[in-house]
Write a new protein. Structure first.
Length: 128
């Protein structure tokens, strides 16, 4: 995962890793568990006012703000694997942040920040 994505979205990396150590990596078998795990670490992120959307309306999964006073929303899509973004036929120009367990989409457009949860779990568990 790109270091600038971590710096952009994570408030306190050490606190995030401490939180993760309570959970195993066996959580990750579905998109729903990616959302659940994101919820576990959300308080350690620079995101405010997250709103999970109704996917049946064809919207991306969530919106949030990087700054609580900002007007610009960050649009978020959750996927088990980043390549599922393509499989599910989402529009890349409408997504700011892709949260996934594994980042396997080599052709991911540069306008999408990829937040790979596996990166944090590996860091947290190697320090045990």
């Amino acid at each position: 995962m790109k270091e600038e994505v971590i710096e952009k979205y994570v408030k306190d990396y050490a606190a995030l890793l401490r939180e993760i150590r309570e959970y195993g990596s066996d959580l990750f078998h579905s998109e729903g568990m990616v959302i659940f795990s994101f919820g576990i670490i959300y308080k350690h992120l620079n995101l405010h006012g997250i709103d999970i959307r109704d996917e049946r309306k064809g919207e991306l999964d969530a919106i949030a703000f990087l700054d609580p006073k900002a007007k610009k929303q960050v649009t978020i899509e959750f996927e088990l694997h980043s390549k599922d973004f393509v499989t599910h036929k989402h529009e890349p120009t409408k997504c700011d942040l892709l949260v996934c367990w594994k980042h396997n989409w080599k052709e991911c457009p540069s306008n999408i920040d990829v937040f790979e949860l596996d990166h944090f779990w590996k860091d947290a568990l190697k320090e045990m």
